[in-house]
Design a protein around this ligand. Structure first.
Ligand SMILES: Cc1cc2nc3c(=O)[nH]c(=O)nc-3n(C[C@H](O)[C@H](O)[C@H](O)COP(=O)(O)O)c2cc1C
Length: 182
């Protein structure tokens, strides 16, 4: 059987994270199905022996297809190791208050869906100035300036700690292998 890796994304960085996680899972010996959470297609969670969801925070919440998917499939998700990679910029902040806010997003998703996510990794996202339209670029530059972040809008800025992500994905792969043997 296979591990299902699903992602939601607005500007593409969480897809990059999901692709990276999928490659890491494959390197750990898992077969992987990677898909967009809006179009999981035949990827019915009950047919997989592990599910990894990667989702970004935009204006204080995950894109709505994430809660929709978790709500619809929570019974199947409860049967296999399930994990969430929560992507945000606040988790990268120097302010403990901002980081605490980022750390609280998975609990909000749990409250909304009634599903407890057993394993969560917080990954710092990216400022994709080259992808944003004029207004979004101005908004994100203002937020970055306030936070002491980068304001060079001539390029994108990536904050993800890929090694920390790899360690989390390896733990998840071990959980899947263990559950499969049980
Ligand atoms: C319009 C907008 C709103 C955002 N709102 C938040 C937010 O409320 N909290 C946060 O921590 N990050 C926020 N971010 C940062 C995103 O989580 C980060 O850029 C992430 O890498 C986006 O992932 P994606 O490229 O997969 O959409 C926001 C980004 C944008 C562009």
């Amino acid at each position: 059987m296979t591990v299902l890796v699903l992602y939601a994304t607005i500007e593409g960085h969480t897809r990059k994270i999901a692709e990276h996680a999928a490659a890491r899972l494959e390197a750990a010996g898992q077969a992987v199905f990677l898909g967009d959470i809006r179009e999981p297609g035949f990827a019915v969670p009950g047919r997989f022996d592990g599910v990894l969801i990667c989702a970004p925070i935009h204006i204080g919440r995950y894109p709505s297809p994430v809660a929709q998917f978790v709500t619809e499939w929570k019974d199947a998700l409860a049967q296999v190791p399930t994990a969430l990679v929560s992507v945000s910029l606040a988790i990268h902040s120097d302010s403990a208050e901002e980081r605490a806010e980022a750390e609280a997003y998975p609990a909000k998703l749990e409250k909304k869906t009634g599903f407890h996510i057993p394993k969560v990794h917080h990954a710092a996202g990216a400022l994709k100035f080259l992808e944003y339209d004029f207004f979004k670029r101005a908004l994100m530059r203002r937020i970055a300036a306030k936070e002491g972040g980068p304001v060079d809008t001539s390029r994108d800025h990536e904050f993800t700690d890929w090694q920390a992500l790899d360690a989390f994905v390896q733990e998840f792969a071990d959980d899947v292998a263990l559950a499969r043997r049980a």
